[in-house]
Design a protein around this ligand. Structure first.
Ligand SMILES: O=C(O)CCC(=O)C(=O)O
Ligand SMILES: [Fe+2]
Length: 322
């Protein structure tokens, strides 16, 4: 790290590289191979809009992040200023608590370095089909006994202030996630439904069903529980319908999410109808590539992989790349 007297030291957005040795990085192109997704996994992602069961963190790394999470959940006013969004209980109902924060990567070294996790970066490169940047991270934590829901939604409904739609979400469990403690659910194939409006993230779990066609509501019955041991991840497409139910169990259900976007993603803020929701977000200009220090390049395919070939999605078919 640089000058320890710098007033900016505590904002890890100033470091567009890992700041600790929490994650060992590949030093040659061949060393990426151990993290490579198979053709089968990529095919399944294209068909269903998600894949699951990918290990990102060791037990020790989970412990480091959970220790840092305690400080993030107790953040004072100075630290809160670094977040783009911070709600100790997004639902406002004390019986249905959902801690939701965006921007933890700026506040502690472990959450900062997580976005450079090689297992994450290799999979994200293959699923986006191109070099990519951090869009932002998120924390979704439900306490034991009175954890709230995350209502069914598509991520891109919330992200139309960026374009084109070439984004990817990685959900990483910080606790074993099961049906009992409110694991995520996916609706396979829903990434082919097109963009739906925002119908709320907390409160009524099923609010989105009001805007679905009868055929889509029928497909909803095929929802699958994304049960995962801690340290494991699922990846989903920006239009895949997902949500999670309440946690009445004796265990918390904590998770960290990494949201990535193609390296050439532009601001689209001009006519964005929820501009107030962006007041703590990094600056974004209409039609300008989002390439400031707040959107670090996480993977440069040409640089990292040299001439090695890794299977990727067909990005033109899967995303709106124009
Ligand atoms: O953790 C949850 O329950 C919700 C996560 C989510 O919405 C996401 O990963 O995009
Ligand atoms: Fe989501």
């Amino acid at each position: 790290m640089k000058d320890s007297a710098s007033p900016l030291l505590s904002d890890f957005a100033n470091y567009s590289m890992p700041v600790s040795d929490l994650f060992q990085q590949p030093s040659t192109a061949a060393e990426w191979e151990q993290y490579m997704l198979t053709e089968e996994q990529i095919k399944s992602f294209c068909e269903n809009g998600f894949i699951s069961g990918i290990r990102i963190l060791s037990e020790e790394q989970v412990d480091v992040l959970n220790t840092e999470l305690v400080t993030l959940q107790a953040a004072g006013p100075e630290k809160k200023k670094l977040f783009y969004h911070y709600e100790s209980n997004e639902s406002e109902d004390p019986d249905k608590v959902l801690f939701h924060a965006i921007g933890g990567w700026r506040v502690t070294p472990g959450f900062h370095d997580l976005i450079w996790s090689p297992a994450y970066r290799m999979a994200a490169y293959q699923l986006l089909g191109c070099s990519f940047r951090l869009f932002h991270d998120q924390l979704f934590c439900k306490p034991a006994k009175h954890g709230g829901v995350v209502a069914w939604h598509q991520d891109f409904s919330y992200w139309t202030f960026t374009k084109p739609m070439h984004h990817l979400t990685c959900w990483i469990g910080l606790d074993d996630a099961t049906k009992e403690n409110g694991c995520l659910y996916y609706v396979p194939g829903s990434h082919k439904w097109g963009l739906l409006p925002i119908t709320g993230l907390t409160g009524d779990m099923d609010a989105v069903t009001e805007v679905l066609s009868p055929a889509q509501n029928e497909v909803f019955k095929n929802k699958v529980a994304n049960e995962l041991p801690k340290g494991y991840a699922s990846f989903h497409h920006p239009l895949t319908m997902h949500g999670s139910y309440a946690n009445y169990s004796d265990r918390p259900r904590r998770a960290v999410v990494i949201n990535a976007m193609a390296a050439e993603t532009f601001g689209n803020t001009e006519h964005y109808e929820r501009i107030d929701a962006l007041h703590s977000f990094p600056p974004m200009e209409q039609d300008k590539v989002l390439d400031s220090k707040f959107f670090p390049l996480l993977f440069d395919g040409d640089k990292e992989l040299e001439s090695l070939n890794f299977p990727t999605v067909n990005k033109e078919l899967l995303y709106n790349t124009k």
